[in-house]
Ligand binder design. Structure first.
Ligand SMILES: [Zn+2]
Length: 216
């Protein structure tokens, strides 16, 4: 009896604590720096959710709650097929694939991952009437793309595919063309003074302990 009472008390405390946590979560967005921190927190939290549908549901909930019109933002920021056709006509431009739904491929079943990789390519080829030979894995880190995805991309006929694993391209990379490393210019070190260091390969050599290929 005493055990049961203790269990109920513990449960109640847990429930309240949970509720408090949910109610108390206010993220600061009053300055550009605070916005970046908040963005990163939300981003990291969204990436822990099990699937793409969960991520979209939570993003939609947040938008609805804060009066953000996500549809019009997408319409404004994403290029139309007509705009992409004009861009792809430029001789120095190649358009690559990035999956259909921007899902974490490694978290999908093999069949879904295969479809994401194949259908994105087929759709762009149909719309733009030119071959798609290159792909970038969504997110692209170790948790989102590894051996299985590298093999699927190669089997689907991609000539190259890039991860976001930090690294340079070496002659040996020719044996791992669907597992290429990258130097990401993603805002974290987007300072012109740092670029020569990044593009020299010094930073990624240190990061990788001077290992040249990271394709496992
Ligand atoms: Zn992406």
């Amino acid at each position: 009896m005493r055990d049961r009472a203790r269990a109920v008390r513990a449960l109640a405390a847990e429930g309240v604590a949970h509720e408090l946590r949910v109610l108390a979560l206010r993220l600061d967005a009053s300055t550009p720096t605070a916005k970046c921190v908040t963005f990163q927190r939300l981003h990291d939290w969204l990436r822990t959710l099990p699937g793409e549908h969960d991520i979209r549901r939570e993003v939609s909930r947040l938008c609805a709650r804060h009066g953000i019109d996500e549809v019009s933002i997408c319409r404004e920021l994403c290029m139309s097929w007509d705009e992409l056709r004009a861009l792809s006509a430029e001789p120095l431009v190649s358009i690559g694939a990035h999956s259909v739904s921007h899902c974490n491929l490694a978290k999908q079943t093999e069949e879904t991952a295969r479809l994401e990789i194949a259908e994105s390519r087929a759709r762009i080829e149909t719309e733009l009437q030119r071959p798609v030979r290159h792909m970038a894995y969504p997110y692209g880190d170790r948790a989102a793309a590894s051996q299985r995805e590298f093999v699927l991309a190669a089997a689907n006929g991609y000539k190259t595919a890039v991860t976001t694993r930090p690294g340079m391209i070496f002659a040996e990379s020719a044996d791992h063309l669907t597992a290429l490393s990258r130097v990401s210019l993603n805002g974290h070190y987007q300072d012109a003074r740092v670029l020569p260091v990044l593009t020299s390969g010094a930073a990624t050599a240190m990061w990788n302990g001077f290992r040249r290929i990271d394709a496992a």
